[in-house]
Design a protein around this ligand. Sequence first.
Ligand SMILES: [Zn+2]
Length: 442
Amino acid sequence: MGLVIYNSLTNKMEEFVPQNGNKVNMYVCGPTVYNYIHIGNARPVIFYDMMRRYLKFLGYDVTYASNITDVDDKIIKKALEQNKTEKEIATFYENAYFDSVKEVGSTKPDLIPHATDYIGEMITFIQELIEKGYAYNVDGDVFFRVSKISDYGCLSNQVTEDLESGARISVDSKKESPLDFALWKKTDEGIKWDSPFGEGRPGWHTECVVMNHKLFGTGLDIHGGGMDLKFPHHENEIAQFEALYKTHLAKYWIHVGRLDLAGEKMSKSLGNVIYVKDLENKRDGMILRSLILFSPYRSIISYSEDLKNQYVKEYDKWQRAYKQALYTLQYENKLTDKVNDSDIEKFKEYMNQDFNVQNVLTLVNDIVKEINTNLRSKNYLETAIKLNTFKTIFDVLGINLFVEKMNDEALDAYTKWMEARNNKDFETADIYRNKLIEWKIL
Ligand SMILES: [Zn+2]
């Protein structure tokens, strides 16, 4: 059995079979660039990056797209406040976003579509929806006619009647039904484009669906995003796609849970936001990455100092074991490219169970223990195999321990330190020992 994932669309565990052989197309909703990202926003950034790495590790040819929403009311508002253009605001926060992406050890997506590069396509798309009766124009605002989609609510598992009664009484009396959503917004303020419906800008749900279709057509395998995007954002993407292309937008929907601060939602209005940019160093980024990756991905993470400290301890333990083993093996000239096949099989078995990261964490810690035991008993061959297995797993997870092999100068000092110790020349040993401490080798 290969990879099994929980499909949010069917609410079932399903074997992962991409639509087109070995190729995997994945799209993850990216940020609206009007502010820095906080550690909760970093959760999908970390999870889907790991997923891409794992799919590649399994041998898939992955194309990972994640968009930048660079036109939105919040960007327009910030631009007005700061007396800047929307473009300036969006570019600034997009750069800050990718700094944070790097900070938590993720790599950039293969494709980064920007909403403002697809305005023409969005206008054509909306026009087609109007022509086919799926959308209507009221004084320059265009809305999607939800009643035309019979299985609306399929992703969030709700029926239209319940959604309607749950929807807030709309102050926007222009809409035929409270569930109808905006495809095109008439705007008086800020950036706007000319269109057959009048001046305005596209709605967020339309942006994502148009970019998706432009990049992948009907061949999207995985659509991802935070759990909070399921409704209405993803539901509305599905509805528009179905209206024009008569098929489902994506085969698998994967949603990651929220990260809350010890029980409460992190939000600017509550003043309890921890921004990724404020993490002190690269190590903090990796501690956050470990904490997020080793938590079951669909559950809410309740972030606290205690939880963080638990991963500080884990990380330091991994780093210490890795460092000691690597330097000893390098000195003994016993490093290897071999891995322990049975450990790697176990790793795959756990990951294939809808990313059972808790079992992976146990496996990793067992391997680390074995590295320490074998190193102590000078069983270098076994230490080297386990060390390389450990590294292989951490490379797939994208957890960097920031330990490199010693350079020639350091190896020379290390050798002299060992020789002096063996000759019981403690004075000389101390000189080299201090050097090695200074270079953070010891
Ligand atoms: Zn989206």
